[in-house]
Ligand binder design. Sequence first.
Ligand SMILES: Nc1ncnc2c1ncn2[C@@H]1O[C@H](COP(=O)(O)OP(=O)(O)OP(=O)(O)O)[C@@H](O)[C@H]1O
Ligand SMILES: [Mg+2]
Length: 322
Amino acid sequence: MKNLLEVSNLHVYFETPAGLVRANNGLDLQLEAGGSLGIMGESGCGKTVLVYTLLGLQQPGKIMNGSILFKGRELVNLPEAELNNIRGRQIALIPQNQSTALNPLLKVGEQISEIETALKIPDTGLDNTKHLLAELGLGDIHSVEHILKSYPHQLSGGMRQRVLTAMALLAEPDLLVADEPTTALDASTRTTALNILKKSSSKTSLLVISHDLPALKILCPKLAVMYAGRVVEYSDTESLMENPRHPYSRMLMKYQQSAGFLNMPLTGFESRDLLGDDKGCSFALFCPQATAICLKEIPQEVCLESGRVVCHLYTRNGVQTC
Ligand SMILES: Nc1ncnc2c1ncn2[C@@H]1O[C@H](COP(=O)(O)OP(=O)(O)OP(=O)(O)O)[C@@H](O)[C@H]1O
Ligand SMILES: [Mg+2]
């Protein structure tokens, strides 16, 4: 199947008083048209930076190198006016924090009208939105009317989640990106959020950033594991969960099984680890299987039966590099 999104060798750096932060550092990923891809990796590994870079909103980060092909079109260095046509219309985002993503001073209906105007969606007197919200399980038209007349603080977390999803789906985007859609939700709101995304996946391709493995298993047939700004393993979700190949993925899956959710640094990795010399494998210092080469040479991608892994373990074993 043709790729909807192809990110290659993406480098996004931030200049900070402490030095250069390599938030995305040679990142590769692909998403098939109509497919759903999950991305997991511990806090600070560059997931949200990737999301905003896809939308052309990475500043003050700078794209130092790499390519983002969306529907075959290069997004890196695309003029702002053209990015504007893609943002929200073709690539839409459900942002990381649903409790702060809505304007507290405007009623939900007013915010939706603003989006319709900004995205030049024909004004249907909110009919499309009402239909979408009802479809997303916010009850009959009467309760939907009530939601549109409410301020965000008058809604529950689950309701706000549905409103944000409806906003993101308004323009019928080709790609819906959900950044940690289940984090900080209680069990029933989480189930609602999952159902919403599952439903949405029949209309749009999904890129789901999450620490929530069971959620990723439900939503995404493909999974990428990120570490220190790179995708270190990519595979069928089930294969990656059952038989992780990268030592970091193994650690991550083991941790998930024992702790359930990854809400704290697993390796003690911090943003300062994205600073400094860019040599060797970023995981080498924490890796139980590291050898001398891991400290010296940046590993290349290696093809395996069900996916790809970026680790010297596999090149040493004579497996062909991709
Ligand atoms: N505006 C910024 N200025 C400087 N550094 C930044 C900026 N935005 C992000 N970073 C750095 O980029 C790195 C990646 O951040 P990012 O928000 O992408 O992490 P994440 O993987 O989404 O983490 P989390 O799981 O906690 O959401 C971090 O080290 C962060 O400090
Ligand atoms: Mg994030």
